[in-house]
Design a protein around this ligand. Structure first.
Ligand SMILES: *[C@@H]1O[C@H](CO)[C@@H](O)[C@H](O)[C@H]1NC(C)=O
Ligand SMILES: *[C@@H]1O[C@H](CO)[C@@H](O)[C@H](O)[C@H]1NC(C)=O
Ligand SMILES: *[C@@H]1O[C@H](CO)[C@@H](O)[C@H](O)[C@H]1NC(C)=O
Ligand SMILES: *[C@@H]1O[C@H](CO)[C@@H](O)[C@H](O)[C@H]1NC(C)=O
Ligand SMILES: *[C@@H]1O[C@H](CO)[C@@H](O)[C@H](O)[C@H]1NC(C)=O
Ligand SMILES: *[C@@H]1O[C@H](CO)[C@@H](O)[C@H](O)[C@H]1NC(C)=O
Ligand SMILES: *[C@@H]1O[C@H](CO)[C@@H](O)[C@H](O)[C@H]1NC(C)=O
Ligand SMILES: *[C@@H]1O[C@H](CO)[C@@H](O)[C@H](O)[C@H]1NC(C)=O
Ligand SMILES: *[C@@H]1O[C@H](CO)[C@@H](O)[C@H](O)[C@H]1NC(C)=O
Ligand SMILES: *[C@@H]1O[C@H](CO)[C@@H](O)[C@H](O)[C@H]1NC(C)=O
Ligand SMILES: *[C@@H]1O[C@H](CO)[C@@H](O)[C@H](O)[C@H]1NC(C)=O
Ligand SMILES: *[C@@H]1O[C@H](CO)[C@@H](O)[C@H](O)[C@H]1NC(C)=O
Length: 847
């Protein structure tokens, strides 16, 4: 009985949440990737033969999960090379759009995977693929194979975007598809506890590790000049390890390859990248460059003997002043000269890299397609002290190396990468979920996840980690110090998200126990207000959205504090509510006093960059209420000066280059700010807001080769995805229209926590639309509302239905003679309490 209960509890924490299989929509058989894969995927089998060795599978929109193949028949043992990609153009690249060298995100590091099919039946990948629209299958052997089914056992909800609780549609089909991007992206970028299993297997023979980015011990961050020794047995192809690394995989990395025994070696093994019987070295992230994550150059050390598979080797790596001395017991000793490491380490400016080529932790992970065991790990300091031992046979090893199964339901920055819980991105994610899937459990789960890792002592006391990884545990939080030290404004975006979660749900039960943590975080940030300027600042700190003593970061802090006020009030913490109110007011005053430039017609970027300005300062001074109506109109009139290609560049100091990254994250903040200016500050002109949808977000839906059905991370000015193939094409931070359209174009806004009261301010004719319809989720059920322009712009029909338990108010644009249920009356608003649908007709408009 006890055992039974234990199993139930265990399942409740880690159980896989089964969302079923997803199958392709279309496919094409041929000799290479095809954009218009036009055969509908159906009941019939798909075959590969030497004449048609290539399948393109199009899932139509982004999916996530464990790839599987159901083999119906095969002529002999068959190898297939499978690629996954968000963007069709990646399929021509040997590594597709991967590998993910920045983190080991409890998923497949590699986007090219080889399978050995030997008999009919279902074969499933060991690794999750976090996000793709495309999959290709290439036959490597001279054989034929027929598949009953190919797809993903999905690790995420995969609802059609017109089946989500929140919905939006209008007279503009492109806007509707733009809205869908958010309803899709939060389905792939949020994961249930249990749906990201460990990527290592602990066995009595140590850790069995399949090819993946190295995962590092949390116990060696501060150690220098040590010897790492381990026993390793190659099962397939090779083994890999790292020393002098950050917990982020950067530092000295080594791969040792086997003699590539013929019958266990994949046909497509790249013998140029990884020759047999060789030690390969790199200093950096990986042994291949991945767009902006460049790594060092590879150094190759051919061995003078054969490295056997299925044989244990003792290997030691000693960090010395001449280099890394690698001893492969009984085979050879190699000195990897320190030059490359010292040169690259001195040149590195990354805050994620280890400080020196002699300091930092160790990690393990073979290369793509390789498999190896690692056991009996020992670290010895230069004075002979044994600093660490680990047989690698206990499951506690998983959390130490950051590969423990996910134990919380959280939202990531992106489906395929970085697969980290970035709290700044979470600002948009929260609003997008609230407006579409309404999976608010992921929002509360993410808040809890980050606050459990809140720093309890200086430096950065009170901060939450900016990008918590999935597989670690709070016991190891000290190994992730860089996670607290940079991007200080991510803390403010996180505060905004917490406030927003409360505003949308009224969930005091969920938040009350975290209130002391939230207050501590708010106080920590208030401590960064410069006593002289009154602006957000700090010594040697780095913000994402603008410089210290600047308009963007100050207005954002003001916003974050303001969003907490309703929560403080609901908890009867009037002192906190008043404190946030006054501090936010002071911040807004300081921005106006120190940084408004009537000469520029906008806020200056910062005290020390007084002739520059940015989208972020325009967005946040609008969102925080710092800007008044004249300032708003003036700033908005200035925006065309930042126009660059399909969108707007972030700062006036950004170059007008074809490689300048345009940010949907920041343009999303601006988009809401523009609608606030329109709704609350009387700025009638919405030309810029319209260009954001028509020219910028439309790029994500109108280019089929890049379309993923989800919102993107960055764009180039020509409208293609930014940062090359590394770019996430499923990034919730790019999905602001999903919450802006229902709130400001349809016009539904909560006026008290949890939509107990709400307003419907139909934005009649907004953006040239003749009709807008939507449903907005609330804890009581959905509000459904519609407006439609009729009589050639002279009239409007407005309908609304709110859930029981809420009071809505339809606010008309001025005083109108409204015909309501057959009766005509002059009024400014119509109350909508009750669950009955109301219909109002307006006459005499001129739209
Ligand atoms: C492929 O196999 C077929 C028969 O199974 C054989 O006739 C043909 O020569 C083989 N082709 C190659 C390139 O090995
Ligand atoms: C494929 O599987 C067969 C049967 O298990 C095995 O004999 C063969 O070595 C495998 N090939 C590779 C490349 O792993
Ligand atoms: C093999 O590796 C080399 C060296 O890194 C690279 O240039 C080449 O593109 C790779 N080829 C394939 C097919 O992966
Ligand atoms: C990555 O690119 C850098 C700079 O362009 C180059 O020096 C280095 O050799 C490349 N690394 C690899 C592994 O190709
Ligand atoms: C590779 O290793 C196997 C044993 O694992 C051995 O039988 C074979 O002779 C070796 N091949 C070469 C080329 O050294
Ligand atoms: C590591 O060794 C270098 C010399 O190679 C020395 O300068 C440095 O102080 C040592 N670091 C520690 C922490 O002992
Ligand atoms: C292999 O290299 C080591 C030096 O690293 C040397 O001692 C050994 O004799 C060499 N073995 C052969 C077979 O050349
Ligand atoms: C070796 O060095 C470590 C770290 O500097 C120190 O803690 C330890 O006491 C030293 N051990 C001996 C035997 O000197
Ligand atoms: C706040 O105060 C009100 C009125 O005294 C009370 O009804 C409510 O339960 C209190 N809320 C909390 C969370 O303590
Ligand atoms: C807005 O603020 C500016 C700068 O402080 C001021 O000149 C202007 O009069 C204000 N406009 C309104 C409508 O309050
Ligand atoms: C609206 O704003 C845009 C961009 O600032 C400007 O080009 C346009 O002239 C304005 N339209 C009107 C009617 O003021
Ligand atoms: C709404 O509440 C009223 C009374 O409060 C009740 O009569 C009605 O059935 C409820 N409607 C729904 C749809 O639950």
């Amino acid at each position: 009985m006890l055992t039974f209960l234990f199993c139930l509890l265990f399942a409740a924490v880690y159980g896989f949440v089964d969302y079923g299989d997803v199958l392709p929509e279309f496919y094409a058989a041929g000799t290479g990737p095809v954009l218009k894969a036009d055969s509908p995927y159906g009941e019939h089998q798909l075959s590969l033969t030497p004449d048609t060795p290539y399948l393109t599978l199009d899932f139509a929109t982004e999916v996530a999960g464990l790839p599987f193949f159901e083999v119906a028949a095969l002529s002999r043992p068959t190898q297939i090379e499978v690629k996954y990609a968000e963007d069709l153009t990646a399929l021509d690249n040997p590594y597709s759009d991967g590998p993910w060298t920045f983190s080991n995100g409890l998923s497949n590091t590699f986007r090219t995977e080889t399978f050995n099919l030997t008999e009919p039946g279902r074969i499933e990948s060991y690794f999750v693929q976090g996000g793709q629209r495309w999959e290709t299958v290439r036959l490597l052997t001279n054989s034929t194979v027929a598949f009953e089914k190919i797809g993903f056992r999905t690790t995420a909800q995969h609802l059609a975007t017109d089946d989500t609780l929140g919905r939006f549609s209008s007279s503009n089909a492109v806007y509707d598809r733009i809205w869908d991007l958010g309803a899709r992206v939060v389905q792939v970028a949020c994961i249930d506890a249990g749906n990201a299993p460990s990527t290592w297997d602990i066995t009595p023979d140590g850790a069995f590790i399949r090819g993946q980015q190295t995962a590092q011990s949390a116990k060696g961050i501060a150690l220098s000049n040590y010897t790492l020794s381990l026993s390793t047995k190659i099962v397939k192809g090779g083994t890999g390890w790292r020393v002098a690394s950050s917990t982020t995989p950067t530092g000295a990395v080594f791969y040792l390859t086997s003699n590539y025994t013929e019958d266990t070696t994949f046909i497509n093994t790249n013998r140029t990248l990884l020759p047999p019987n060789t030690l390969v070295f790199n200093f950096g992230y990986s042994i291949v460059n991945q767009s902006t994550l460049v790594t060092g150059w590879n150094q190759y050390f051919p061995l003078n003997a054969s490295i056997h598979e299925d044989k244990w080797y003792n290997i030691s790596t000693t960090i010395t002043s001449e280099g890394y001395r690698v001893n492969i017991d009984g085979v050879q000793e190699i000195l990897v000269p320190i030059f490359e490491a010292e040169y690259l380490s001195a040149a590195s400016t990354s805050s994620f890299a280890s400080s020196s080529p002699k300091t930092g932790t160790w990690g393990f992970g073979p290369w793509s397609g390789q498999e190896a065991y690692v056991k009996d790990v020992r670290v010895t300091l230069s004075n002979g002290t044994v600093a660490y031992t680990n047989a690698m046979t206990s499951s506690s090893t998983l959390s130490e190396y950051g590969v423990a199964p996910l134990d919380a339901s959280v939202c990531l920055d992106g489906g395929k990468r970085d697969r980290l819980v970035w709290i700044g991105d979470f600002y948009h994610t929260t609003k997008v979920i609230a407006s579409s899937t309404h999976r608010m459990d992921y929002v509360l789960g993410s808040i809890e996840y980050a606050l459990t890792l809140q720093k309890q002592e200086p430096p950065f006391e009170g901060f939450a980690p900016i990008s918590a990884s999935l597989g670690s545990r709070p016991a190891y939080m000290d190994a992730f110090l860089s996670n607290y030290a940079v991007l200080l404004d991510y803390q403010d975006l996180f505060l905004g998200a917490i406030g927003d979660y409360f505003w949308r749900t009224n969930d005091l039960v969920g938040l009350e126990k975290y209130w002391p943590n939230v207050k501590k975080l708010a106080e920590a940030r208030i401590g960064y207000i410069d006593p002289y300027s009154g602006l957000a600042a700090g010594d040697d700190v780095f913000y994402f959205l603008g410089p210290v003593n600047g308009s963007a970061v100050t207005a954002l802090l003001s916003y974050g504090l303001q969003r907490l006020i309703p929560l403080a009030e609901a908890l009867n913490d009037t002192a906190a509510a008043q404190h946030y109110q006054e501090t936010a007011r002071d911040l807004n005053e300081a921005v106006n006093r120190e940084l408004w430039s009537s000469q520029l017609g906008t806020y200056a970027l910062s005290i020390s960059a007084s002739s520059n300005y940015s989208l972020t300062s325009i967005a946040w001074t609008l969102l925080s209420g710092a800007a008044n109506s004249t300032q708003a109109a003036s700033m908005i009139a200035k925006l065309p000066d930042l126009r660059l290609g399909a969108g707007y560049k972030t700062s006036s100091s950004d170059p007008d280059l074809s490689t300048t990254q345009l940010s949907p994250n920041i343009l999303g903040m601006l988009l809401e700010g523009l609608f606030i200016a329109h709704r609350d500050l009387g700025v009638e002109n919405t030309t810029v807001a319209k260009t954001l949808l028509d020219d910028f977000w439309s790029q994500m839906v109108l280019q089929d080769e890049y379309h993923s059905g989800a919102s993107w991370e960055y764009l180039y000015p020509d409208g293609s995805p930014g940062i090359d193939l590394f770019t996430s094409l499923a990034h919730p931070w790019g999905a602001a229209p999903t919450y802006v359209l229902p709130e400001y174009v349809l016009g539904i806004t909560a006026t008290s926590p949890g939509f107990k009261t709400w307003e419907f301010r139909p934005n009649l004719g907004a953006l040239g639309l003749t009709e807008a319809y939507g449903t907005v989720p609330t804890p009581y059920g959905v509000i459904s509302a519609r407006w439609e322009i009729v009589d050639g712009g002279k009239g409007a029909v407005i309908t609304a239905l709110g859930p029981n338990g809420t009071k809505g108010r339809l606010v008309l644009p001025g005083e109108w003679e409204a015909e309501r249920e057959g009766r005509k009356q002059r009024c400014r608003y119509v109350d909508l309490d009750g669950e009955e649908e109301r219909l109002v007709r307006l006459h005499g408009l001129s739209l």
